[in-house]
Ligand binder design. Structure first.
Ligand code: M6R
Length: 608
């Protein structure tokens, strides 16, 4: 998804912008660009492809400027190209704009600019209309012109604007796309996300929806939609840039897979006090919980898969039958929601548009929102009634790994807490499960310390054209997540299926040497899985089965057995996903893929 960064201060803006854009690379992009003010001119440099292309372009130009904006673009309107890359300008190039989001009424605005103002647009982007509109309204005051232009726009946007006629100012606006301000000394910053500016300041101001910001090197003034001043207190970021760097790992994805013991431990410790659940931001009362007659769980991608597993935990521990839905389906499916509904939203970024819009829809209908989120201060957290923070730290790799396990942990803790509030379990029973959860970080560590088998399997399978996954119940959900992980970073054709569904069609695909990964970690379903394994073995499949250490011996039946440490059946996803993440990772590396930034994908999907 697009990333934006802006600088105003005493230093040279150019290296600050480029460095900031590098920190936003994880969001996914196909082109990049900067606009700076220098010698009474706005200078624009942009380039298709990797940021290094832009760097090469400006390498010998010795730019020096105290004011600039930069952008990484993820194409929505118009193909990736130098021309469509941001920043965009008005015809005279006195105003430059960067934008993350989509202007939904862009065609109407384009028609207006072309027919009424005789303006010829250069690019195919929706963003260019913003620059021309601001110019159209500019009468000597940039902030006023931005207000007028933005009031004509519909859609989602985080925008940064600079103007040749007001070179001491940077204007920013936000609606439904992330935007933060970094406060420095004699310098200030804007960005889509904190890592872009963390090197320079830890003092952050959040910009809310429909707010406008006027920034000089010494001042920051936030205004609401009606231009009334808004007071906002900054907060200090507690994590540092090192935790967002690779720390010797070849890829962020590998580093993040290895960070799981710590991420799970942090999330656990933060929510326990003297061995009992103690939530900081999730103060739901027994009466409030009892008042809900329906619980939805929604998310996208990996977050949705975590929700599928969360559904089992809510049922097992709290006796709650929740409905789990993909956010992009939920919002267009006329969900039955009222004030007796609780919607649990799951999101690493807290900015995924479909999840956010589902939240808003649910709120409009009176529902209460509980969010499981990683990014503090993200849109989701600001619009939720109750929050569970996954304390996994920044996740840079596009493939979600450590935050998935933290999301699962969140569900287990929330479900146990609900069980207590609803008197479904007594303290001793809850303690037994919590004690087991405290052993999980070490168990993950032991899997991470024994990667030889997974590396060997990866080297045997990395050239495969398709890999299938199967399981039953909670193992089926982990099959979905394992398959998603493989697809997104290896580009191998893959699907996952409930093993009982095989003979209803999919088994037709199984032939000699089809590689199938099966999960048989659930004791009550073990024999059923054995039958399914036999079915596909009889058709020549090459079967790898994931089992618990204490499992019955099925080595003669399978080609490979992968053992995970023993734990309660309900907690096995916390362990069984680890070798599957590693498998996807090593296969991706062996295929020569860009593991951290897989093709066509963005870390944070802030458009529909
Ligand atoms: O930031 P979110 O958790 O809301 O993102 C949701 C999905 O876009 C995300 O999980 C995506 O599926 C990942 N690439 C999966 O690894």
């Amino acid at each position: 998804m697009c990333g934006i960064v802006g600088y105003i201060g005493k230093k040279n803006a150019v290296p600050i912008l480029i460095d900031g854009l590098k920190k936003l690379e994880y969001r996914g992009y196909d082109s990049s660009g900067i606009a700076i003010y220098s010698n009474n001119h706005i200078i624009i440099e942009k380039s298709k492809g990797r940021l290094t292309n832009l760097e090469e372009k400006i390498e010998n130009k010795n730019f020096n400027s105290h004011l600039g904006i930069g952008h990484t673009r993820w194409a929505t309107h118009g193909e990736p190209s130098d021309l469509n890359a941001h920043p965009h300008t008005n015809t005279e190039e006195t105003i430059a704009v960067i934008h993350n989001g989509i202007i939904e009424n862009y065609l109407e605005l384009k028609n207006f600019l072309e027919s009424e103002c005789n303006i010829k647009l250069k690019s195919e982007t929706d963003t260019e209309v913003i620059a021309h509109l601001i110019d159209y309204y500019f009468e000597g005051n940039l902030l006023d012109a931005v207000y007028k232009a933005v009031h004509r726009m519909e859609g989602a946007y985080a925008i940064g604007v600079i103007c040749k006629n007001e070179p001491d100012k940077l204007i920013a606006v936000r609606k439904d796309s992330p935007l933060i301000i970094g406060i420095g000394e004699n310098e200030n910053f804007i960005a889509s996300d904190i890592p872009a500016i963390l090197k320079h300041t830890k003092n952050i101001l959040l910009v809310e929806n429909n707010e406008f910001v006027e920034i000089t090197k010494d001042t920051i003034q936030i205004y609401d939609n009606l231009k009334r001043t808004v007071d906002r207190k900054p907060f200090e970021v507690t994590w540092d840039i090192e935790s967002a760097e690779k720390e010797g790992y070849e890829h962020f994805t590998l580093k993040e897979i290895h960070e799981q013991p710590r991420a799970v431990l942090n999330t656990l410790n933060h929510n326990l006090k003297n061995g009992k659940i103690n939530f900081e931001n999730l103060k739901i009362t027994k009466e409030e919980l009892q008042a809900f007659d329906k619980i939805y769980i929604i998310g996208c991608g990996t977050a949705y898969n975590a929700g599928l597993i969360g559904k089992y935990a809510l049922k097992k521990f709290a006796g709650i039958n929740a409905i789990c839905d993909i956010a992009s389906e939920f919002r267009y499916n006329d969900p039955l929601i009222d004030e007796k509904t609780l919607v649990i939203c799951i999101s690493q970024s807290g900015e995924t548009l479909d999840t956010l819009q589902s939240l808003r829809l649910a709120k409009e209908k009176g529902a209460k929102i509980l969010s499981i989120v990683n990014i503090v201060g993200s849109s989701l957290t600001r619009e939720s009634d109750y929050i569970f923070y996954t304390l996994g730290g920044p996740e840079i790799g596009v493939a979600s790994t450590k935050i998935f396990t933290c999301q699962l942990l969140g569900f287990y803790l929330i479900s146990l807490h609900f069980a207590k509030l609803l008197n479904k379990m007594n303290d001793d029973e809850i303690s037994t499960y919590i004690n087991e959860l405290t052993t999980i970080p070490n168990k993950i560590e032991s899997i991470l310390n024994n990667q030889d088998q997974i590396k060997k399997i990866s080297s045997m399978q990395f050239n495969n054209e398709s890999i299938f996954y199967m399981g039953r119940n909670i193992d089926m959900e982990i099959a979905y997540e394992s398959s998603l992980k493989l697809k997104e970073i290896s580009y191998i054709n893959s699907f996952a299926i409930g093993a009982g569904e095989l003979k209803h069609g999919t088994i037709a695909l199984v032939k000699e040497n089809t590689f199938v990964i099966s999960f048989a970690t659930q004791e009550n379903l073990f024999d059923k899985m054995v039958s399914n394994i036999k079915e596909i073995k009889a058709r020549g499949a090459h079967v790898l089965t994931v089992v618990k250490e204490s499992s019955k011996n099925i080595e003669n039946l399978c080609d490979e057995i992968l053992k995970i440490p023993n734990t309660f059946d309900i907690f096995t996803p916390l362990l069984s996903i680890i070798p599957m993440q590693l498998l996807a990772y090593y296969i991706s590396v062996m295929r020569g893929n860009d593991v951290d930034k897989p093709r066509n994908l963005a870390k944070s999907v802030t458009v529909e």
